[in-house]
Design a protein around this ligand. Structure first.
Ligand code: FMN
Length: 163
């Protein structure tokens, strides 16, 4: 099975979850940032798992990321890679399974995973399960205890879908 786990991550939480999900799927899964996940890398994928943080109750926008980057009171984010929004907008049509996840604070309204799932679906990657949420304990992280293990288990459950 060709599987790719694609992520946007400003402070590393979503990247860590993406790596754990890929471990759970198995050695055939590749973990790629939105910069690395070019159409060539993704072509022919049977499973695309995509994740991003929630910022301002939704998927990060370029404007939000730039405003955080220019605010000296915020922790410097990584914004040198495309947003998940723009990656999804450029995703070539395919046929396969899609799955989405987000990292977030537990109490927040809004969703990034739902927006990702809709876009994956529109590109032909249909989701068998609801998007998954992984929690951080502060605005910039760290991840809550146990979330890495839960991500690994979720990855394994996605792989079982193909078994
Ligand atoms: C400016 C800012 C806005 C945020 N907005 C939300 C939000 O609306 N809902 C939420 O659950 N978490 C929010 N968070 C928390 C992030 O989603 C969380 O830290 C996430 O894990 C970051 O992932 P990353 O390290 O992969 O970038 C916000 C954090 C910051 C710094």
């Amino acid at each position: 099975m060709k599987a790719v786990v694609v992520y946007e991550s400003l402070w590393g939480n979503t990247a860590a979850i993406a790596h754990a999900i890929a471990e759970g799927i198995g050695s055939e899964a590749r973990v790629l940032s939105t910069a690395e996940a070019t159409p060539t890398e993704v072509a022919g994928a049977e499973l695309i798992v995509a994740g991003a943080p929630i910022l301002g109750f939704s998927l990060p926008t370029e404007a939000m990321r730039k405003s955080i980057d220019s605010n000296p009171r915020e922790k410097k984010p990584t914004i040198s890679v495309p947003t998940m929004r723009s990656w999804l907008a450029e995703l070539p049509k395919g046929a396969g399974t899609g799955a989405s996840f987000e990292t977030r604070i537990w109490w927040s309204p809004g969703s990034a995973a739902n927006a990702i799932a809709r876009a994956l679906n529109d590109a032909g990657y249909v989701a068998p399960t609801k998007g998954e949420k992984f929690l951080v304990t502060g605005r910039f992280g760290p991840l809550k205890d146990g979330e890495i293990e839960r991500a690994r288990a979720w990855g394994a459950s996605l792989a079982r879908h193909f078994a």
